[in-house]
Structure formats: structure tokens, C-alpha cells
Design a protein around this ligand. Structure first.
Ligand code: UD1
Length: 433
């Protein structure tokens, strides 16, 4: 192709200067950052609004693209979804919904699959596009389907969609093969309208499940035991719309903890819930950070170079798989060697090649990564492939000796509100373009 003249890069093109986060060296962090509402909670609360007509008001809702995507999905079914104030989302409908989640939306956000349970429970039918693979590798929905089948639903699948039907959901004992967050949520949202009692054994215990149960109970449901491995639901047909404040995002909080761990300094995470992050706080303590609850939320200090440690992801209360890329970023410049084991989503290691481009010393063997700490990373152009991996690259870049440019930053916008701005508020030199 010698001699070809390159056209100027159009704005918005993948080669252009947009959709990037640029990080320059700036020293330790200092100050207070406000932690927003939990992405992984609000998406499920929005799905639960299918269960009863009326006007719902959700507060502490982060302005992130995954929330926009779920709002689009609810609108496509026939709901009215509006930002009524900063951080406040109002959802209304009259109960006449189209019980369908189209491919264009499920493809944009896999969490859309959680409308399956509530739609089926309320309308006796649901048609939901099957989520494709993503950067986490294969993520099946067999446990969601099995739980709903045991509640009485029958499934067919064709043309990329699963279709579920049921005359009357009937409560029963469900034993989940694994404490899947999504399967627990789908089963829970179906069980609240089922006839009689449902017991979900080996349920996921994440704080977001507890928030969903609190929301459902406020709507009039009877859910007992959320946060433990056994959830008992007594069905009712009298649910109504409510107002609710979303719990704080523990993964966003973890991201700022990782940032101060890498850059050094002392920060306060306003609104964070330390009781949702016990294992992480313990792990970061082993690495040399000082973290303690305070009246505003959580105070954290990193006195110097951290010590390496081993990390193994597990369902809650174990270390969340969503923390893992952040911990890997911390280990890249810690003192010593850390072995990181991923037990939930195989294939969630793609960002490691990007960290290597920044001078990290990491060897991946199956679902383990061996991270040998280096003194400094070197700034480089890198690319992010998903929300947490993207945030982790930004965190790592805080310790680089020169400018790092992180492309495809729209992945980060899926889960973080004003990420660059919040980091700037702590003294980092981070810009979004
Ligand atoms: C949720 C979170 C995600 C987090 C994960 C684990 C949201 C929007 N996403 O995802 O950020 O990383 O929990 O804490 O809340 N599995 C099956 N069959 C199923 C369902 C799951 O084999 O039917 C497997 C998955 O492939 C995975 C494991 O179970 O290996 C855990 O998945 P799950 O807990 O369901 O995660 P999500 O709900 O998809």
C-alpha cells in the first residue's frame, strides 16, 4: 500500500483522541471522595420495578452508562424512566408492559438477563435475548433457567432468544449448584410473586442481594435471610411501587482504595460501607495499608511501598472477582511476589497484557497470575476491555513514570461516574477526552 495518503482521523474514530483517559505522574493522593450508589444493585432494583405498576423513586443512583442501558430496556418495555433530580431516578408504569428484552440491549449489557424472573412472575411469559460471550469468557445462564423451571416455568429457545412461560409459579426448595449472584436474583424476583414458600439454598450472599431483598420487602414482599446462604420467600400478589436509596458501590470504593495504595497518600471515602468490604480491608491491611471506618465512611492511608500478598477470588464474603484487576494493579509495584487466583470467571486476565506493556512482570498460568513487583511502571498507550480492567489500568498508571493513555475509556463509563474528575479531586493528574 506504499504511497497511500491517510485521511485525517475523524473525531470519534477509534484512532482519534476521544474516548481516552490520560494519566500523568502527580504524587500521593489526598482529600475526600464521595462514593456513589452500587451499579450492581441499582440494575437489579430497576429490573424489580417490572413486578408491580406505580411510581418508583430510586435515590443515590450513579449516572453511568449501564444505568442508561437498563433505563432504555425498561423504556422499550413501556415504562417511563426519568432523572428527576441529581442521583434520583423515577420509574413509572401502568402494568401494561411488553415482557421482552431485545438483543440490541442485552448485547450492550449482560445484566439485562435479570428481567427474566420478574417478567415471568408478573406476566406469565418472558422473551429475553441470550447474552453472548464477553471478555470474561463463557457466562452461561443455565442456573437461572433451572431455578425458574423448578418454580414451574417451561423454556424454549430459538433465534437467539429464550422464551419462558408459566400459568402459576409455585414455591419450592431451590438448591443452587453455585451461589450465582444473577441466578439468586432471578429466582428471588420470581419467588416473591409465586404461590407459597420458596427456599433458595446456597444463595449468593452479596450486599447487593441484601439491597434487592430490602427493596422487595418494602414493596410488600416477604423475604427473610438475604445475606445468608438460605433465603426464604413467602409469595404474595400484593406488591406496590416504593422509594428506595441504593447502597454505596463497594467496587467503586475498592477502586479508590487501590488508587491510594498505588499512589500513596491519605484519603476519606465518603459514604463507603466498611461492613461490605471486610475481606478487602483485611487483605489491604496485610499489604501495609491502614484503613479504618470513620464518621464519614472509610479512612485509608498508604505509608509507602506496599507488600505483595496472594489473592484468591471467591463469592461473598470472599474477595470479589471485581476487585481482582485492581489488586493485580497494586501488586505490579508492590514489594515481592503475589499469586492471584481467579475462581469465578476464567479468562478475566486480558488486561494483563496491557499492564505488561507498562513494564509489569506478570506470568499467567491457567487461572493463576504470578505478579512480581517492580519499582515503577512506565507510561504507555494501553486499551481497556471491560469496566474493572479499565479502572485498574488507570490505577496502575498513577505509579507510572510518564504519561499513560488508556483507550476505549467508554468501558469505564459503564460503571464509574466522573471517574477522572473524582481522581483529580484527590490530586491526581487524570483527564478524560
Ligand atoms: C455479578 C456481577 C459481577 C460480578 C459477579 C460475581 C452484576 C451486574 N454483575 O455477575 O460484576 O463479577 O456477580 O460476583 O451484578 N454461572 C453459571 N451458570 C449460571 C450463572 C452463573 O455457570 O447460570 C457461573 C458464571 O459463569 C461464573 C459464576 O457462576 O463462573 C458466577 O457468576 P454470577 O455470580 O452469576 O455472576 P453474575 O451475576 O453474572
Amino acid at each position: 500500500m506504499g504511497g497511500a495518503i491517510r485521511a485525517p482521523t475523524p473525531p470519534g474514530s477509534i484512532l482519534g483522541a476521544v474516548d481516552r483517559i490520560v494519566v500523568r505522574p502527580a504524587g500521593p493522593l489526598e482529600g475526600t471522595v464521595a462514593i456513589g450508589g452500587a451499579k450492581n444493585s441499582v440494575l437489579k432494583l430497576l429490573a424489580a420495578t417490572c413486578l408491580a405498576p406505580g411510581r418508583y423513586v430510586l435515590r443515590n443512583v450513579p449516572r453511568i452508562t449501564d444505568v442508561d442501558c437498563m433505563a432504555d430496556l425498561l423504556r422499550s418495555m413501556g415504562m417511563v424512566v426519568e432523572w428527576s433530580a441529581p442521583g434520583e431516578l423515577t420509574v413509572s408504569h401502568d402494568g401494561e408492559l411488553v415482557p421482552e428484552a431485545p438483543y440490541e440491549l442485552v448485547e450492550r449489557m449482560r445484566a439485562s438477563i435479570v428481567v427474566l424472573g420478574p417478567l415471568l412472575a408478573r406476566y406469565g411469559e418472558a422473551r429475553v435475548a441470550m447474552p453472548g460471550g464477553d471478555d470474561f469468557g463463557h457466562r452461561p445462564i443455565d442456573m437461572h433457567v433451572k431455578a425458574l423451571e423448578e418454580l414451574g416455568a417451561s423454556f424454549t429457545s430459538a433465534h437467539g432468544y429464550v422464551e419462558a412461560r408459566v400459568a402459576n409459579l409455585k414455591g419450592t426448595r431451590l438448591l443452587l449448584e453455585f451461589p450465582s449472584v444473577g441466578a439468586t436474583e432471578n429466582a428471588l424476583m420470581a419467588a416473591v410473586l409465586a404461590e407459597g414458600e420458596t427456599v433458595i439454598d446456597n444463595a449468593a450472599r452479596e450486599p447487593e442481594i441484601q439491597d434487592l431483598a430490602a427493596f422487595l420487602n418494602r414493596m410488600g414482599a416477604s423475604v427473610v435471610g438475604a445475606g445468608s446462604s438460605t433465603i426464604t420467600v413467602t409469595g404474595t400478589d400484593e406488591l406496590g411501587a416504593v422509594e428506595h436509596e441504593v447502597i454505596p458501590d463497594r467496587v467503586e470504593a475498592a477502586t479508590f482504595l487501590a488508587a491510594v495504595g498505588v499512589a500513596g497518600g491519605e484519603i476519606t471515602l465518603q459514604g463507603a460501607r466498611p461492613d461490605h468490604m471486610d475481606m478487602l480491608v483485611q487483605k489491604l491491611g496485610q499489604m501495609g495499608m491502614r484503613i479504618s471506618p470513620d464518621s464519614e465512611g472509610l479512612w485509608a492511608m498508604a505509608p509507602g511501598r506496599l507488600r505483595s500478598t496472594d489473592v484468591s477470588t471467591l463469592p461473598y464474603p470472599g474477595l470479589a472477582t471485581d476487585y481482582k484487576p485492581l489488586l493485580v494493579s497494586m501488586l505490579t509495584t508492590s514489594n515481592g511476589v503475589g499469586i492471584v487466583t481467579e475462581n469465578l470467571f476464567h479468562g478475566r486476565f486480558r488486561y494483563i497484557a496491557e499492564l505488561e506493556r507498562m513494564g509489569a512482570d506478570i506470568r499467567v498460568e491457567g487461572h493463576h497470575a504470578v505478579v512480581r513487583g517492580v519499582e515503577h511502571l512506565s507510561g504507555a498507550p494501553v486499551r481497556c476491555h471491560d469496566i474493572r480492567a479499565g479502572a485498574a489500568l488507570v490505577v496502575a498508571a498513577l505509579k507510572a513514570d510518564s504519561e499513560t493513555s488508556i483507550a476505549d475509556a467508554h468501558h469505564i463509563d459503564r460503571g464509574y461516574e466522573r471517574f477522572a474528575e473524582k481522581l483529580r479531586g484527590l490530586g491526581a493528574d487524570v483527564t478524560r477526552s
